[in-house]
Design a protein around this ligand. Structure first.
Ligand SMILES: CCCCCCCCCCCCCCCC(=O)N[C@@H](Cc1ccccc1)C(=O)O
Ligand SMILES: [Zn+2]
Ligand SMILES: [Zn+2]
Length: 447
């Protein structure tokens, strides 16, 4: 039912408002207990986002927050095995836009809460559920407003859990077993517009170089000159060290001795697009516009480049690197938008949020040996909540293979019924684990 409501975000400020309103009515209908429970306050924020405040019985415990978003990216029918907004089930899978990003979380959170309430569960620790409606176009109207509202109320959170990582299966060559990656940081971004202006004229007597030629060369230099490999800095080294014993010989020796082999490993990571995204700031030329008529020398040429900034770099550093690569004063640089990478959230034995996620993974997925910290390569709504907590964790309790990763924002996005049920179970257990008094036991080293 949730998938059938086309809550598409097209551009900042451009949403399917009819669908967003319908989605609000839909959750009222299917989760009646959540909405009529006296200790749960429901508020609509920014017209279409939802904030639930679940008042726990023990005010001495610091609250936490679960995040998800109800909007989705557009999905033209072409290439889909079943229409993207049909929500049809086939061979045990629910197909449709939003099944992995991120209506699975929206529905699983509310469904888990509904089930707990039906069983008369009364949480001890207060928590919030924030469902943004414009994550896919920046979160300015949803997450940002909810964050400001909670800040005005003086709320401080123990931690936040959002989307952004999964139980990864088949992403690291020669690692046979899946592992859970909990992202403790998130890449930043810089959208840069490059522009070249030239005097227009008749194409029969062209200048040696046109604005298009100059810009194309600049853009090509950016593509051909990757930003530096930052393998050594950031959580990735730790991720691989934790995975070391999961590899067979000789990879296990290599990953156990990164002090010696890191140059080889950092090269290996560059080979595949996804692992490359973990080791450096990536450069993606995403738009290119120029020319007005076949026989007119183009006055203006513009290109936009989307950099995703490694947590060990800053917006200013990347801007300088980009200028140093282009080295052509005829090319003007305009910063359209930027966002710094997110600080690394704690993941030590005392980090409540991280340890609760870890503990719940170990009980719901007993077959998973490794829970490792990582970096989210995309941006999530959680980046708007740094004023409320230092513990931001991005993790969805769902198995993900590279082909599933491509289905996110792509075609044939789907989730198995069993995987969805497991996600509900995970949240059902997580909420209860967050109520247990003692700190989660520190992690024992895997055998
Ligand atoms: C070791 C192997 C690592 C493998 C990594 C694979 C992990 C999969 C990560 C999946 C991320 C899902 C979250 C997607 C969120 C998303 O699409 N965010 C968007 C948000 C956004 C929208 C408009 C403007 C700016 C930003 C984005 O980052 O573009
Ligand atoms: Zn998402
Ligand atoms: Zn998305």
């Amino acid at each position: 039912g949730a998938i059938q409501i086309p809550t598409v975000s097209f551009n900042p400020g451009e949403f399917n408002t009819t669908a967003l309103a319908a989605f609000g009515e839909y959750i009222h209908k299917v989760f009646p207990t959540v909405f009529r429970t006296s200790f749960i306050q429901h508020e609509v924020v920014g017209e279409y986002s939802h904030l639930f405040t679940v008042q726990g019985s023990d005010p001495s415990l610091q609250p936490y927050m679960l995040l998800a978003h109800i909007d989705v990216v557009p999905a033209p029918d072409q290439g889909w095995e079943v229409p993207p907004f049909s929500g049809l089930e086939r061979d045990g899978f629910i197909y449709g836009r939003g099944t992995l990003d991120n209506k699975n979380s929206v529905m699983a959170i509310l469904q888990a809460l509904e089930l707990l309430l039906i069983r008369n569960y009364i949480p001890r620790r207060s928590f919030f559920i924030a469902l943004g409606h414009d994550e896919e176009v920046s979160g300015a109207h949803g997450a940002q407003k909810i964050s400001a509202l909670l800040q005005a109320r003086g709320v401080q959170l123990a931690f936040i859990v959002d989307e952004g990582s999964f139980i990864l299966d088949g992403f690291i060559p020669s690692l046979k077993k899946p592992f859970a990656m909990v992202s403790v940081s998130e890449k930043g971004s810089l959208n840069l517009m490059l522009e070249v202006n030239k005097t227009p004229g008749h194409s029969s007597a062209p200048p040696k170089e046109t604005s298009i030629g100059i810009l194309a060369a600049a853009v090509s230099r950016l593509e051909q000159t990757p930003m530096p490999n930052m393998f050594g800095s950031g959580p990735l080294k730790m991720t691989l060290q934790q995975l070391a014993n999961e590899f067979s010989f000789p990879a296990n020796v290599i990953f156990n001795n990164l002090w010696l082999f890191w140059p080889i490993v950092s090269r290996l990571m560059e080979r595949e697009d996804i692992t490359n995204a973990l080791v450096r700031t990536t450069t993606a030329v995403t738009m290119f516009n120029a020319g007005i008529k076949v026989n007119v020398i183009p006055p203006v040429a513009q290109a936009t480049v989307n950099f995703r900034i490694h947590p060990a770099q800053t917006v200013q550093e990347v801007l300088k690197l980009a200028k140093d690569i282009v080295v052509d004063d005829r090319v003007q640089f305009h910063v359209l938008e930027s966002f710094e990478p997110l600080p690394v959230s704690p993941f030590d034995d005392q980090a409540l949020g991280y340890q609760l996620i870890r503990q719940t993974i170990q009980s719901v997925f007993p077959e998973i040996n490794i829970v490792a910290p990582g970096t989210c390569i995309a941006q999530t709504d959680s980046r708007h909540y740094t004023n409320l907590t230092t513990g931001i964790y991005r993790f969805n309790p769902v198995y993900l293979q590279p082909q599933d990763f491509r289905s996110i924002h792509g075609i044939n996005e789907r989730i198995s019924v069993q995987a969805y049920e497991t996600q509900v179970k995970f949240i059902f257990e997580f909420i209860q684990n967050a109520d247990t008094e003692q700190r989660p036991v520190s992690h024992l080293h895997e055998l």
